[in-house]
Structure formats: C-alpha cells, structure tokens
Ligand binder design. Sequence first.
Ligand code: DAH
Length: 355
Amino acid sequence: MDELQELEKIRQDGLAALSHVADEAALEAWRVAHLGRNAPVMQVFSRLGQAPKELRPKIGQVANQVKQELEAAFQERATALKQAALQRALTAERLDVTLPGRRPARGRLHPATQNLRRILSILGEMGFQVYTSREVELDEYNFQLLNIPPHHPAREMQDTFYVESPQTDGSYSVVLRTHTSPGQIRAMREFSATNPDNPPPIRVALPGMCFRYEQITARSEVQFNQVEGLVVGRHITFSDLKGTLSDFVRRMFGQNTRTRFRSDYFPFTEPSAEMDVECFVCGGKGCAVCKKSGWLEILGCGMVHPTVLQNGGYDPRKYSGFAFGMGPERQIMLRHKINDIRYFWGNDLRFLEQF
Ligand code: DAH
C-alpha cells in the first residue's frame, strides 16, 4: 500500500473512531491516539525521508491535510461535547424559581428572657411598673442602705464581686449587684424626691442580672436574673403581701396552685418569709423535683424594714410596704426539670433551641 492510500485509511479510521467518542475522557484518549506524537499520521511525517524524492511533496501535503482535518474534527467534537455537558447540567440543575425558598434559621429569645418577660407581664397586669436599676452598684445601696452594715454576717450569704480596690478603711465602694434589692432604694429615692413631704405610693418590679462570686457548679452560677417587687404606701399590711403574691403565683402557675409561707430572715424586711408553691411537677404528691415534700420554694419576701423605708425617703411612721424577690432561672429549672444551671449561660444551641 502506498503512503497516499495509507493516509486515506488514517483519515477514515480517525474520523470513524471520533464518531464513537462520547465523553471528555474518550476524547482525550482519541487525541493521544490520532494526533499524539506516535499517531499514524505523525509516523507518516517521520517516514517522509524514506519515500521516493518526487513523491515527498505530495505525501507531505496530503499528510498535512489529513492532520488538519483530524484536528478540526477534534475541535468540533470537543465543542459539541462541552455543549452537550452544559445542556445536561442545565436540565439537571434547573432552578425552579417557583419552589418556596429555604427559610433562614430563626433566632429566639433566651429561656431566661422568656420567663422574665412572662413574670413582668403578669406583674404589669397587676399594676406594677418596671423599674430597671443598675448592675454596677455602690456597696452603700447593695448592702448598707438595705440594713446590711459593713461587717454584718449577712454579707457572707452573698459573695461579692468588688469592682474597685479597697478604700483606706478596708471597705469597697463599688460592687456588681448581688441582688436586685438595691433597686428598691433607688426607686424609693427617685419617687420620694418628687415630693419629699408626701411621697407617692410605689408599685414597681425590678428585673435584671445579679452577680455573685460563686464557684460555678450544677447548682450555682456567677450570674443569674432576679425579679424584685416593691410596694410602698399607706396602710400596706402583711395581708396585702399574701394576697398579692398568692394572686401572682396563681396567674403564673395556674389558678389552683396552693401556696404556703414560712418565716425566714432577711436584713431588709421584718417580718420576713419564704413562699412555697405546691409542686407543679407532681401536683403536691411528692417527687424528685420537690424532694418528696410536695412544695417548691419560689421566692423570698417580707414587710419592708422601717430603716429601709427611711433610707428611701419614706417615713416609716406614715408608710409601710412589702417586697419580694425571685429567681426566674430557678423557676424554669423546676418546671422543665433542668438539673444543671450552667446550661443557661453556656450558649449551647442544643439547650437553647428547646425553648
Ligand atoms: N434579695 C434577696 C436575695 O437575693 C431576695 C429577697 C428576699 C428580696 C426578700 C426581697 C425580699 O425583696 O423581701 O436573696
């Protein structure tokens, strides 16, 4: 067979093989086989020197044509394959603009905030106004004006974060509030300043974060919320305290919730009490949450101590009042049987997303 016939065969074989190429990998294999360094058409070029001299121009010219034809066919095939791939992708990945969008994950209120708001809305319905006091307090307001003098043992119940270095007398003057009670003094002073001779009655709810220098364990945290209530006016009695708190608890935990009061001690109230509600987990029958007692301790309360009224600018001979303080996180823990307080400020979404 002479080289010209050979070239015709190379051309036909190449084009025939190309017509079976269906993807990019096969196309590349074809390119190596038919246009690569050892491809038949390339070998014709290498053999050119051996051909009779007068045939060489003709063979060289035809070989070039065949090579160019194969290259053009290769390009065409490559373009067609790319086009087909694009077509497939467009069909497969078609964007259906009529599909509903994917909702972005929605945030929610922290369980402590949810419960805080619930408490405040109930107290609001009962005529309390919200009074937000400061988190960084003077020792004077956090302790002294609440009848807790510098060396009073009651300070030991509230291990304190001191913000400043000690004064010359060894005392500290700025603290992170250990409870919301100093807000009582701030509210009373603000109200009484409007009319010092005849200060107006007060009914306020004081919510917010409190801080104690505690070892962090399942039962104690260095920060927690409290909601404090304060009512001051003329002829406010202990029965007002009992009636108001019983009503609050029924709105909070259900109309049939039973309550009981036990005497207690706080320096800023006299007399003082703890209020229990019937365990809302077992209905009073006794369970692990109420430690088989049927009762849950829910808040501290009492009649505002005369000295505290005085410190707030209210004459204790004319005015009386009651106060109470509760921990919203504790209520959530009891209600949902949460056994570790550290979940609250641990920022673990697995916990937070359940509320
Ligand atoms: N301040 C108290 C505490 O943090 C709670 C408390 C008890 C507040 C009795 C009151 C009250 O207003 O009357 O432990």
